[in-house]
Write a protein that binds this ligand. Sequence first.
Ligand code: ZN
Ligand code: ZN
Length: 389
Amino acid sequence: MSAIDRIAEFHDELTAFRRDIHAHPELGFAESRTAERVAQELERYGIEVHRGIGGTGLVGVLAAGSSTRRIGLRADMDALPIEEGNTFEHRSRHAGRMHACGHDGHTTMLLGAARYLAATRNFDGTVHFIFQPAEEGLGGAKAMIDDGLFERFPCDSIFGMHNRPKLPVGQFCVRAGPMMAGGAFFDIDITGVGSHGARPESSIDPLMVGVQIASTIQTIVSRNVRPVETAVVSITQFHAGDAYNVIPQTARLSGTVRAFSKEVMALVERNMRRIAEGVAQSMGARAQVDFRVNFAPTVNDPEQAAFAASVCEELVGADKVDRDPPLIMASEDFSFMLEQVPGCYINIGNGDGEGACEVHNPAYDFNDAAIPQGSAFFVRAVERKLAKA
Ligand SMILES: [Zn+2]
Ligand SMILES: [Zn+2]
């Protein structure tokens, strides 16, 4: 019997677990109930559990045979600060919190794989089941890594997945190389000289400096980044002044940058500093740039991506696996794990047609029909990577 069919035999229990997690969403680094429920399930399957890694993160360890080979499988557990718009039975019980990105489903799919692998143990080596907190911009992956994740639980390769709305259930996308953008936030603080609004000659107007900086910064993408590469520089905030008749002393520009390589991200930062400081100086003002890279670009190792795609093809057939999906401008903090360990992040279909709602929308829900395929991907990745001699 195939892994998908065997997992389908306990699909109902996995669905019930997923809906329980959905009904009790917890924000990043506050996933204590979720983590404890996951830990108890893993222990029930006979898997050794290590709690409290990077805050509310946990790792399950399952070994079979005598091989020293190790594989990492990762799911995220956090919800979002969104008021759920759904009215179904398993809707969020907590005001202002919702599983609007399907991390409840990711957690459940990895648990399904753990249950199957603990029962069958048809592999030779060690599996590390990594349940991470705080994927949604709070740095959960980094927190686990900084807490010694890969020193304590070394992995030769690592795999994770995210559901993709509008992609039919039973289909996968796997992309070698860059897949999702890295993201940074920046603040540019401009200091001029304040004065009376009717006496501009006594001022160094930080607003005018800000306008010049904002406009010149747009030349980074058009003139500094190679045209065949991609970056986004968006100024999303411009704050200055409190009165009609006062030229303020300071102004602040803030925004976000996206890029698909570390090199392009560094090029944008370098040019932003040069332009902000240079333009300000040319106008007699000062500018200070605070540039913070929150997400690395998500880059799949080509060899591991080819492996992941072949696992997907084995499960659902080559015609249901897109090996060349478009790049995604959103970011993902599994990228930090991929910087440490070669691996691959894949997308699994969450369903198309009517009601196929995008993530981070109040009407979103993870599609339970995808659970067997997602769990089976993890299972077959383990059974093939750690194949018995
Ligand atoms: Zn999300
Ligand atoms: Zn997500």
